[in-house]
Design a protein around this ligand. Structure first.
Ligand code: SF4
Length: 228
């Protein structure tokens, strides 16, 4: 059984936000608008964190794309009173939308602040509703949502592989963020396959996980800037 994971090479990320836009379009994310964003309710499953390194005038701007880390020891999972979030056998941190009752305990427990609460029913002003992805549900108000590693694409590739009686090939599943990244900074694949591209990148010396001292064991692995 594949164990899905992602590597993000910070040496390649230019902070262009293409991954944010692609994720938004693929997963039918609600549009928060200016007023809601001002209240801190902007809505993106990936955010590009920007920070400055060095002393003036020798400053360098750095970027870290942050999404659900799909932690193996996810702090969001044990706090959900209705088991709306759980760990799948393939290593995904899954959110069952029609079970969520909106307590937001999970969002408070997540150290990466990647879970988002729907304060209102989403609205897509004409003609934006025409771009909704029919393979992804539209979530209603009162529930939490977050990155799924584009589970609809994983399921599609798995179904095709099953029909053709073969395993899912390396690189066959591409979440929208990975597909849209112009610098190929995001790589997705099976971490249990030592020959997969994602496994090879994850074993580089540059690899690290966000806040790994918390013991959350994220499935998203970052590569520090600099050469191997
Ligand atoms: S699309 Fe790629 S380069 Fe652009 S912000 Fe996302 S990870 Fe960085």
């Amino acid at each position: 059984m594949p164990q899905w994971g992602m590597v993000i090479d910070l040496d390649r990320c230019t902070g262009c936000n293409a991954c944010v836009a692609a994720c938004h379009a693929e997963n039918n994310l609600p549009i928060a608008g200016e007023e809601e964003a001002a209240k801190g309710r902007s809505f993106h499953w990936i955010r590009i964190e920007r920070y400055i390194e060095g002393e003036y005038p020798n400053l360098k701007t750095r970027f870290i794309p942050v999404l659900c880390q799909h932690c193996d020891e996810a702090p969001c999972e044990p706090v959900c009173p209705v088991f709306a979030t759980y760990h799948s056998p393939q290593g995904l941190n899954v959110q069952v939308y029609n079970r969520c009752i909106g307590t937001r305990f999970c969002a408070n427990a997540c150290p990466y602040t990647v879970r988002h609460f729907n304060w209102f029913d989403p609205r897509w002003p004409e003609p934006l509703e025409r771009q909704l992805n029919p393979e992804v549900s539209v979530r209603t108000k009162g529930m939490i949502e977050k990155c799924t590693f584009c589970i609809q694409r994983i399921r599609k590739a798995a179904d095709l592989a099953k029909d053709e009686e073969r395993p899912v090939g390396d690189g066959e599943v591409q979440p929208a963020c990975a597909q849209s990244c112009p610098t190929d900074a995001i790589v997705f694949g099976d971490l249990s396959d030592p020959g997969s591209r994602v496994s090879k990148l994850a074993s580089q010396r540059r690899a690290f996980r966000l806040q790994e001292d918390l013991g959350t064991q994220p499935r998203v692995i970052y590569l520090k800037e600099g050469s191997e």
